[in-house]
Design a protein around this ligand. Structure first.
Ligand code: ARE
Length: 646
């Protein structure tokens, strides 16, 4: 049924525990004939090996026929796959996951299935940091948030915009279409420090900074010096101070670590001789020569997605591993000492397991409460990279990942590309695949520096490709499009702030910044003309979340999914959250209507609540639950949160 998971309890399995696998057979067409049936489950782990288990018939209950097997999970966290092999009267069928990989009812075929069922096995006792489960994140692209100080810091090759109100530019010259990433606005660490009060008031508890180390470009993904804050942003001392000041306000700082490549203009590669080191590009005698992959020295080298400014490194090279991870003054340790709370790992799917697992291990030794968050765009439990599935969430690699699948669900639903039943399945699939420890700390983002601004998408701006390059920077929604966009965005924020995972606000989304893909999604924060009402809405929802444990670590029950309306409950009962921590009993019901028309939803809430439900955001009349049902009218393009009043 749509409200159920296909696994109980929902989610992943702990290493060494036992699970029971059950398959229900419906043999109605066979009438009274009793065929000879043999059912097996083939389990395997990629690159490692396989096991076949036999399922035995259970005692029939009410004419239903179940076959089952008890299976002990492996010693260590890993990703397991399985499908069923059914032999009946000498004929063999295979039963595997449905093509959408959404579990439950699968597909019977003559051949081994193209999709298998998945069980994520996590290491015994694997945990993610508790503080993180209760936090709300804010992502800042440092050059564009706030500029403090009147003097502009000089930087080789950098071009400052004349005014903070300019737009980021893509083409230096629309005719030659030369691409630039060297235009700066002067946002800095001092500016972020200045605005800590603003973030505190908004309800933020962790700030994720896009890269800040010295580098040539404005995005800083082309690291020039891993041990130095780019002077255009501030100093190492200022970062330390920022961490200290933020900490006093209950806010932590997370950095972006770019370890799959460096900049070509760096201490290590030194293509332009801007550094006083002997770079790999300059001499084969360079201490960094072994880090890079030259196929034709010096100009033929591997680089990230073909960008020559980003030469790839061999991450497993021992000297690189020591430099980034293991040495006493490694990049990892040095910045942890300055007071950061963890790392986002850029392109984690391109980093070898050995590198990321060592990073994880050392990071946790330095601080067991530190967070390791990976940039993964797909289901992070089974993301396949270079032909094998990565075991990110098995308790030895990542705590969290950028939850782009969540963002996609929100967009697909609100824009009408998928209905409530479909998105409910997609979200359930994540819940089935992710260990709870991870699911509750996923970085639930609506926007990021790599995607169009969420408002631009929700307002259905014309596709970027259709807008002439010179006008892309200027494009802004207005009139009914803007109105619709804002309505939908409010619903999206409500969804994000009441859903399990760490909500992440991409700077400026809370005041309605707009913009197409990179670089336009990286515009300056508008401190003067931002949408104040939207900011109030965001703030209100963040505060609601921060106030109620149920919205953070309460269980989630998918209770409604029909056409235009999707709904779920967030619950704490028996005074325990999903991790067994003490918390107050609470029940919330969230409903989202994506239609341009009001919708009515009738919910069975017998097992959840009785009496009165109140609007948690305070505007709408109370609703009395009648005969176990909650009847709600939801306005067009809107989300509602009701709280049970005991
Ligand atoms: C920019 C422009 C380019 C332009 C280039 C030239 O985007 O169009 O040609 O400049 O200068 C950084 C900068 C970018 C810059 C890029 C290269 O931030 O502004 O490009 O460097 O110079 C994939 C990767 C994922 C990656 C995204 C962007 O898998 O790892 O593409 N994201 C990280 C960072 C980026 C950063 C880099 C990597 C490089 O977050 O900001 O770029 O360090 C799908 C796939 C994903 C794919 C995604 C987007 O859904 O599943 O794998 O992500 O689409 O393409």
């Amino acid at each position: 049924s749509q409200n159920e998971f296909y696994r109980s309890p929902v989610g992943a399995a702990e290493a060494t525990t036992g699970i029971r696998l059950r398959l229900k057979l419906e043999l109605s067409e066979l009438g009274n004939v009793q065929p000879s049936i043999q059912i097996k489950a083939r389990f395997w782990r990629e690159r490692v090996g396989e096991m076949v288990y036999e399922l035995l018939p259970e005692d029939p209950v009410g004419g239903e026929m179940y076959y089952s097997a008890h299976i002990t999970m492996p010693e260590r966290g890993c990703l397991l796959w399985y499908y069923f092999i059914i032999t009946m009267d000498g004929r063999t069928w295979y039963y595997g996951n449905n093509n959408e990989r959404m579990g439950g009812v699968g597909i019977l075929s003559d051949n081994p299935p193209s999709q298998s069922y998945q069980i994520t096995v996590f290491n015994k006792g694997a945990r993610t940091p508790d503080w993180f489960k209760h936090s709300v994140m804010y992502q800042i692209f440092p050059d564009r948030f706030y500029r403090k100080g009147n003097t502009l810091v000089e930087k080789k090759g950098a071009v400052y915009h004349a005014s903070w109100n300019d737009k980021p530019c893509y083409y230096k010259d629309p005719d030659t279409r030369e691409i630039v990433a060297y235009d700066f606005f002067g946002g800095n660490l001092a500016g972020i420090r200045e605005k800590l009060g603003y973030l505190k008031d908004l309800g933020i508890s962790v700030i994720y900074l896009n890269p800040i180390f010295e580098s040539a470009s404005n995005h800083h993904y082309d690291t020039g010096d891993y041990h130095k804050v780019d002077p255009i942003l501030g100093t190492n001392e200022e970062l330390k101070q920022l961490c200290a000041d933020a900490k006093k306000m209950g806010i932590r700082i997370m950095l972006d670590g770019v370890f799959s490549h460096t900049g070509d203009d760096s201490r290590y590669f030194n293509k332009y001789g801007n550094y006083d080191t002997l770079g790999a590009y300059q001499s084969k005698e360079s201490p960094y020569y072994d880090w890079y992959c030259f196929n034709n020295y010096p100009n033929g080298y591997e680089s990230w997605w073909g960008f020559s400014t980003l030469p790839n490194v061999k991450e497993e090279n021992p000297s690189y591993m020591k430099f980034i991870i293991e040495n006493e003054d490694s990049v990892l340790k040095y910045w942890m000492k300055q007071g950061i709370c963890g790392w986002r790992l850029d392109v984690v799917d391109e980093l070898p397991e050995k590198f990321t697992q060592t990073f994880y291990k050392v990071l946790k030794e330095v601080d067991k409460d530190a967070v390791m968050l990976g940039e993964v765009w797909e289901d992070a439990s089974n993301k396949s990279a270079y032909g094998v599935s990565r075991e990110y969430l098995c308790g030895q690699e990542l705590d969290s990942a950028m939850n782009y699948p969540f963002r996609q669900v929100v967009l697909d639903f609100l824009l009408g590309y998928a209905d409530a039943t479909q998105i409910s399945k997609r979200l359930k699939s994540l819940m089935e695949n992710y260990p709870k420890q991870n699911f509750y700390v996923m970085m639930n983002l609506l926007g990021s520096h790599d995607r169009e601004r969420i408002l631009t998408l929700l307002g259905e701006a014309p596709s970027q490709e259709g807008v002439p390059a010179v006008r892309q920077a200027q494009y802004k929604l207005d009139g009914p499009r803007l109105h619709k966009g804002i309505q939908r965005l409010k619903a999206a924020i409500l969804w994000q702030m009441t859903f399990p995972g760490v909500p992440s606000v991409y700077y400026g989304d809370e005041i309605g910044l707009q913009g197409y893909r990179d670089p336009y999604c990286r515009g300056t924060y508008d401190w003067e003309n931002g949408d104040a009402e939207l900011r109030q809405w965001t703030r209100k929802l963040i505060h609601l979340r921060n106030k109620h444990t149920a919205l953070q670590t309460g269980s989630i029950l998918p209770i409604y999914a029909k056409g235009d309306v999707y709904g779920y409950a967030r619950v704490i009962d028996k005074q325990k959250d999903v991790f067994g921590m003490e918390a107050e009993n609470e029940v919330f019901i969230v409903l989202i209507n994506r239609s341009s028309e009001p919708r009515h939803a009738s919910l069975d809430v017998r097992d959840l609540a009785a009496g009165i439900m109140v609007d948690a955001l305070g505007d709408r009349p109370d609703i009395r639950i009648m005969r176990g049902r909650l009847e709600v009218d939801i306005p067009a393009y809107a989300g509602l949160v009701y709280q049970h009043k005991p």
